[in-house]
Design a protein around this ligand. Structure first.
Ligand code: ADP
Length: 212
């Protein structure tokens, strides 16, 4: 089967690195007027597929040739940290009404709930909020901790976990997103959000960068 071509942004990144490498991710982002975080998935997948080489503290350079990494090898190497999104966090005492507003303002499907020390306490999905909305008129009075799914039943992952392992958790537990956390002695610090959309984007990138 013929490969799907690199997407436009990936092509542009390759061009920039060809002409300017070694160049840091930060510098590539600057040239494209994007943040380093936005570029992270493309850089991870281009490196994984062998188009680019990355040296710590030096930057990216064009490898000159595509290595023979298979899509399945690359897939096993993808990490949560390269594909995660920013988390949207609310306090346990926020009202259900305000949480719904937040869901729309931030354009996400899941909110993570934290205590006053910012440790993960629960998760609120779209349907958690909908269910409460059709069941009561008191949305401005009920705090979200009453209706959220709570610890210790929250399924989460870490930045360094494999993307495929996290994807399995999403499917097996039938949830739309996982908090990405740092485990500390005091609790779980939220550092990201991994959604089915992040996994789907990684899947498309694999097709774009490998001969399938
Ligand atoms: P929705 O309910 O909108 O379809 P989900 O499938 O993500 O969205 O959520 C299903 C249920 O699982 C909800 O009650 C939600 O609170 C809970 N939930 C969502 N994400 C997690 C998670 N990472 N860990 C534990 N429970 C979760």
């Amino acid at each position: 089967m013929s490969p799907i071509e690199l997407n436009k942004r990936q092509d542009t990144i390759l061009q920039i690195v060809k002409e300017n490498g070694p160049i840091t991710g930060e510098q590539i982002a600057e040239r494209l007027n994007l943040t380093r975080a936005t570029l992270r998935p493309d850089l991870a997948i281009l490196t994984m597929a062998g188009y680019l080489d990355a040296r710590p503290r030096v930057g990216y350079f064009y490898s000159g040739k595509k290595t023979m990494t298979t899509a399945s090898e690359s897939m096993m190497n993808l990490k949560v940290g390269d594909f995660q999104s920013l988390p949207v966090v609310v306090s346990e005492n926020m009202t259900v009404y305000d949480a719904i507003v937040q869901l729309f303002l931030e354009d996400v499907g899941t909110l993570f709930v934290v205590d006053d020390q910012s440790y993960l306490q629960g998760v609120l999905s779209r349907k958690d909020l909908l269910r409460t909305s059709i069941g009561t008129q008191e949305l401005t009075k009920i705090p979200v901790h009453i209706i959220m799914s709570r610890m210790p039943n929250i399924v989460y992952c870490k930045k360094t976990d494999s993307l495929i392992g996290a994807a399995k958790k999403l499917i097996e537990r039938q949830v739309d997103s996982l908090p990405v956390v740092n485990e500390t002695e005091k609790g779980l610090e939220i550092v990201g959000r991994l959604t089915k959309t992040n996994v789907t984007k990684a899947f498309i990138s694999l097709a774009e960068t490998h001969d399938l």
